[in-house]
Design a protein around this ligand. Structure first.
Ligand code: NAP
Length: 502
């Protein structure tokens, strides 16, 4: 079916595309993120509204098909009537689920929520692909031979070869995104261990499976048999699983942004199948921004982009699980900490996941204000993967009105620890672990870390000596002579320190 694009529709999709670009721009900083979100919502409303208007009440499709078949009765038979009521009901159900989930979800559970949403995008792409494969005439993807054979009960309608490539790629990327995101969800949600699961010969298996999928997509252009289509779907579900399973805890942030990218490409491929420009534009924007974010995060984590995409290339076998050696360590009280902080000239605060869990950012800012009033210089050091999502610490500190000029990225502040009196580590662990610099067997080896151990004194807040960070490895800083462990909930401990400072 030839698709003449209505210029108003094209214009509306262009406006939606511009809104999405402005949304991405806005989301690049906490200060403009609310505006960015509003642009995104406006763009989505325009895109969905335009798509609905161009398909209501279905006459457009019916008219396009009748001349081809020369018989409106057949046209009416092959068309899936577009039911506005059903669409509005589906949007309403989705909106209510989204609204309730977004309101209820804890900030610390955002990565698993994002992974769950990505899995839905992947699944939607697979379902659209399956629907298009089973009912190609309704999607306007028949070849000229197919259009004729659609009437011959004996012959399966033939899909045009270009649409077959789009279909194959769409279901493959969608299925990879779905199964990969489900595994990422299970790992992030703690239902599956965060440690890498390294199958023997995994690189060969992965490469062979990927090659088979690509080969079958090529084959599909010549032969649209059900076995080819379904084998592509099944192998793609399998490779999504195989690619994510070997990725270890500390690399999960990169995986989440990579799956975000995959979900965009899956949507773009389905945009071709559905002849929907807005989906192509949006999918490409999500795909490329996710890829750029993954690349930036790989650089921040000192990981090879190709290694992570290829699924745990270079991942180090798990060495954990061995009994922890008993080493001496020093415990301090809130009063001890308050005394040391009050004496310091400069303090660098290193927040991490535990600060987010206990929501200690507000009391932390109060502590900072008190120290500043007493003439202490206070700065915040942010590691790119501290917490459980990119920008997690920045968002929490912004929420507590910590001035932006007090907040420094790793590369801008790391050299200052050596001239700092106190490194105040609150709920962070992996991002301070020197094993990343020295221990080649560690799963976090190679990741840049904050050099807290170089400060004159390290104050380390965590709940127990038994608790480990996300990567599941012990931290030598706990046992250093210049470290004082402040065991307790981050918020409670900081409240006590503020009281002691008063
Ligand atoms: P972390 O290594 O996970 O350590 C968190 C620390 O907080 C633990 O030592 C824990 O010890 C402590 N803690 C937990 N709840 C606490 C509470 N209520 N009060 C006080 N302390 C508490 O955190 P991180 O240093 O921020 O490192 C982030 C890790 O997550 C990295 O491995 C990163 O790769 C990974 N990750 C990051 C992202 C991202 O995008 N940022 C996404 C997924 C994974 P106790 O249990 O003993 O209290």
């Amino acid at each position: 079916m030839a698709h003449a694009v209505n210029p108003w529709v094209a214009l509306a999709y262009l406006v939606a595309g511009v809104c999405f670009i402005l949304a991405l721009r806005g989301l690049s900083s906490p200060a403009t993120s609310v505006r960015g979100n509003r642009y995104g919502m406006a763009g989505m409303a325009i895109a969905v509204g335009t798509t609905l208007l161009t398909h209501v009440p279905g006459e457009r499709l019916r008219m396009a098909v009748c001349p081809i078949y020369g018989d409106c009765a057949h046209g009416a038979f092959v068309i899936d009537w577009i039911n506005v009521g059903e669409i509005v009901a589906a949007i309403a159900v989705g909106a209510v689920i989204g609204l309730v989930t977004a309101r209820r979800i804890a900030m610390t559970a955002m990565p698993q929520l994002v992974a769950a949403f990505h899995s839905l995008v992947g699944l939607a792409a697979v379902l659209v692909g399956v629907a298009a494969y089973l009912n190609p005439e309704a999607f306007g993807i028949l070849s000229s031979v197919g259009k004729m054979s659609a009437f011959a009960a004996s012959a399966a309608p033939e899909i045009n070869p270009v649409s077959r490539i789009e279909l194959g790629l769409g279901v493959a990327i969608g299925a990879i995104t779905f199964s990969g995101s489900v595994i990422a969800f299970l790992k992030l949600n703690g239902n599956m261990g965060g440690k890498p699961i390294l199958l023997p010969g995994r690189h060969v298996i992965n490469l062979a499976t990927l090659a088979a999928i690509l080969g079958l997509i090529g084959w599909f252009t010549q032969d649209q048999s059900a076995w080819v289509f379904w084998t592509i779907v099944i192998l793609s579900f399998a490779i999504g699983f195989l690619l994510i399973v070997p990725i270890g805890g500390a690399d999960m942030p990169v995986v989440v942004s990579m799956l975000n990218s995959y979900s965009g490409w899956a949507a773009a491929a389905m945009g071709f199948t559905l002849h929907n420009t807005a989906m192509i534009i949006t999918g490409a924007l999500v795909g490329s921004s996710g890829a750029i974010l993954s690349y930036i995060m790989c650089r921040a984590m000192n990981r090879s982009f190709i290694s992570v995409i290829a699924g745990g290339f270079g991942a180090v076998a798990d060495t954990g699980g061995e009994a922890k050696e008993q080493r001496p360590w020093k415990r301090g009280s809130a009063e001890d900490a308050a005394f040391l902080l009050g004496q310091a000239e400069q303090v660098i605060i290193v927040p991490g996941y535990g600060m987010a869990v206990s929501q200690a950012q507000h009391i932390l800012r109060e502590m900072t204000d008190t120290l500043k009033k007493a003439g202490v210089r206070v700065k915040y050091a942010i590691h790119p993967v501290a917490g459980r999502m990119p920008g997690h610490m920045n968002v929490l500190l912004a929420e507590a009105n910590v001035p932006y000029e007090d907040v420094f990225e790793l590369e801008d502040i790391n050299a200052e620890f050596a001239q700092t009196d106190i490194a105040f580590v609150i709920g962070a662990n992996d991002v301070t672990n020197p094993a990343a610099k020295t221990d080649k067997t560690s799963p976090i080896y190679g990741m840049p870390v904050l050099d807290v151990e170089r400060a004159k004194t390290v104050l380390f807040i965590k709940r127990s000596m038994g608790g480990v960070g996300y990567a599941g490895v012990d931290n030598d800083v706990f046992y250093m002579d210049n470290t004082m462990m402040l065991l307790g909930d981050a918020k409670k401990m900081t409240e006590e320190i503020v009281k002691a400072l008063a």
